[in-house]
Design a protein around this ligand. Structure first.
Ligand SMILES: *[C@@H]1O[C@H](CO)[C@@H](O)[C@H](O)[C@H]1NC(C)=O
Ligand SMILES: *[C@@H]1O[C@H](CO)[C@@H](O)[C@H](O)[C@H]1NC(C)=O
Ligand SMILES: *[C@@H]1O[C@H](CO)[C@@H](O)[C@H](O)[C@H]1NC(C)=O
Ligand SMILES: *[C@@H]1O[C@H](CO)[C@@H](O)[C@H](O)[C@H]1NC(C)=O
Ligand SMILES: *[C@@H]1O[C@H](CO)[C@@H](O)[C@H](O)[C@H]1NC(C)=O
Length: 393
C-alpha cells in the first residue's frame, strides 16, 4: 500500500439553522483523486469489528437513577476501529444492512448513502443502502442537506430500524443521501449531539434509545485507543470504570446543542498558563480529529512546543525526533487537570510530524477532538446534561 500520500487538511463547515458552524476533519488523499489509502485499510479492518464484548450491565457505576427508565434496557460495548489515530468508527445496521459509521458527538443526524445515489463516488469501497432490501423502510420525501466546506450531502429524510449490536431502534429518522461529492473512510455518520442541531429534524439515535427504553442508563461513553486498528469502544447505556483511572470529574453542559462545556485553561506544562481569549467555551467532539482553537491561542501553544507554521498545509510542524522531549499539555476542566502527551498531540505520517493544535480563523471556542479523547475517557450523560472525564486506561 502506498503510504506516501499528499496530506490534505480541510475544514468542514456545517450550516446549522443558517448559522455557520465550523467543524474539522483530517483527510489524507493520494495524488490520484478518489484513491484514499484509508478506504482500503478500513475494509481490511472491518472483520476486526465483529469482535463484540456483549452485554455489560454496570449497576455499580452511576448508582443514582435518573429517569424512570433506569434499570431497564441494556449496556452494550460497540468496538471502534482506528484509522491513523485520526478517524474512529464502528458498524451499525440500517434495515438489516450493515454500514461503517462515524459516531460523532459533534452532529445530530444519522445518514447513510443510498444505492440510488447518482452523484456519489462509488469506487471508494463504501456501502450503499438498498431501499428494496428493507421491509421496515419508510420515506418521508422531505429533502435535507448538510453543507460542508468541501461540498455537501443531500438527500431525503426517511426512517428505518437501526441496530447498534443487539440494541435495535425502531423507526429511527435517517437521512438517505443521494448527493455526496467526496470519498470517505466511513459510509455514513451517526450523530450523538442534541436534537436542536438536527438538519433532518429527527430525534437523534441516543434519544430514541432512551425513549424506547433500550439503554440501562441515559449515558454513553467513549474510550479511544491509539496506535493500532483497535480504536477502543463506545459504550451505550453506561460506563466502564475499568477503562479509566480514578473518579470521573463532571462538568455541566452549558448549552445542549453540541456537548458544550467550560474549559478553564489550556497550558503548556512548565510554561505557565495564559489567559484565555476564547471565553472558555469548548466542545467535546469525537468527529474532529485534532484540537482546534482560536488563532492566537493556538499560535502561543505551538510556539511553546517549538512547532513551526507550514504554509503549504496550514499546520504547525515539529521534528519527529523531538517528540520525546516535548512538554505535556494541560487542560483545566472543573477544577481538575487533564493531560495530553506529545506522542498523542503530535500526529505522525511517515516522516511528517505536526501538532494537533490547529487554528481556525474566526473560531471563538475550542473543539476538543480525538487527540484529547485518546488520552481521556469521556462519559456523556444525556439526561443530566453533563460530561464525566478521567484519564483513560
Ligand atoms: C470493562 O472493560 C474491561 C477492559 O476492556 C473489560 O475487560 C470488561 O469486560 C469491561 N466490563 C464490562 C462489564 O463490559
Ligand atoms: C434504581 O432503579 C433500580 C430498578 O428500578 C432499583 O432496583 C434501584 O434500587 C435504584 N437505585 C437507586 C439508587 O435508586
Ligand atoms: C435527492 O434528494 C433531493 C432532496 O435533497 C430530492 O429533491 C431529489 O429528488 C432526490 N433525487 C433522487 C434521485 O432521489
Ligand atoms: C451542574 O448542574 C447541576 C444541575 O443543574 C447543578 O446542581 C450544579 O450545581 C451544576 N454544577 C456546576 C459546577 O455548575
Ligand atoms: C511544509 O512541509 C512539507 C513536508 O515536509 C514541505 O515539503 C514543505 O516545503 C513545507 N512548506 C513550508 C512552507 O515550509
Amino acid at each position: 500500500m502506498n503510504i506516501r500520500v499528499i496530506i490534505l487538511l480541510f475544514c468542514l463547515i456545517v450550516f446549522v439553522g443558517g448559522k455557520k458552524v465550523h467543524r474539522f476533519r483530517l483527510e489524507r488523499r493520494s495524488h490520484r483523486h478518489h484513491k484514499i489509502p484509508h478506504a482500503h485499510l478500513h475494509l481490511q479492518f472491518r472483520n476486526a469489528l465483529r469482535r463484540k464484548y456483549g452485554f455489560t450491565p454496570l449497576r455499580t457505576v452511576n448508582a443514582v437513577n435518573v429517569t424512570s427508565e433506569a434499570g431497564k434496557g441494556t449496556v452494550i460495548t460497540e468496538p471502534l476501529i482506528n484509522s491513523y489515530d485520526t478517524n474512529f468508527f464502528g458498524v451499525v445496521s440500517v434495515g438489516d444492512q450493515s454500514f461503517t459509521m462515524q459516531f460523532d458527538t459533534g452532529s445530530s443526524d444519522f445518514w447513510v448513502p443510498s444505492s440510488h445515489c447518482r452523484f456519489c463516488i462509488k469506487t471508494c469501497g463504501n456501502k450503499f443502502f438498498r431501499v428494496s432490501n428493507s421491509k421496515s423502510f419508510r420515506s418521508s420525501g422531505t429533502p435535507f442537506s448538510i453543507t460542508y466546506g468541501s461540498g455537501s450531502v443531500k438527500g431525503i429524510v426517511a426512517s428505518d430500524n437501526v441496530g447498534f449490536g443487539d440494541l435495535k431502534i425502531q423507526n429511527q429518522g435517517i437521512g438517505l443521501v443521494n448527493i455526496s461529492d467526496s470519498c470517505s473512510v466511513f459510509d455514513g455518520i451517526a450523530g450523538f449531539a442534541f436534537q436542536q442541531l438536527s438538519m433532518t429534524k429527527s430525534v437523534p439515535p441516543f434519544q430514541q434509545m432512551i425513549d424506547q427504553q433500550l439503554v440501562e442508563q441515559p449515558i454513553f461513553s467513549f474510550h479511544l485507543k491509539s496506535g493500532s486498528s483497535d480504536g477502543g469502544s463506545m459504550i451505550l447505556g453506561g460506563s466502564n470504570s475499568s477503562l479509566y483511572y480514578g473518579p470521573l470529574t463532571y462538568t455541566n453542559v452549558t448549552e445542549a446543542k453540541y456537548w458544550t462545556f467550560k474549559l478553564d485553561f489550556i497550558a503548556v506544562h512548565g510554561k505557565g498558563s495564559r489567559s484565555s481569549h476564547s471565553g472558555n467555551k469548548a466542545i467535546m467532539d469525537t468527529g474532529t480529529s485534532l484540537i482546534v482553537g482560536p488563532v492566537l491561542e493556538v499560535l502561543y501553544i505551538n510556539k511553546d512546543i517549538g512547532a513551526k507554521h507550514n504554509k503549504t498545509y496550514n499546520l504547525y510542524t515539529v521534528s519527529c525526533e523531538s517528540i520525546p522531549q516535548l512538554p505535556i499539555i494541560v487542560f483545566g476542566i472543573a477544577g481538575k487537570e487533564f493531560f495530553v502527551k506529545p506522542h498523542t498531540y503530535v500526529i505522525r505520517y511517515d516522516n511528517f510530524c505536526f501538532s494537533a493544535f490547529m487554528d481556525m480563523l474566526g473560531l471563538q471556542y475550542w473543539i476538543l477532538g480525538d487527540a484529547f479523547m485518546r488520552e481521556n475517557y469521556v462519559e456523556f450523560d444525556w439526561a443530566r446534561r453533563r460530561m464525566g472525564i478521567a484519564p483513560a486506561v
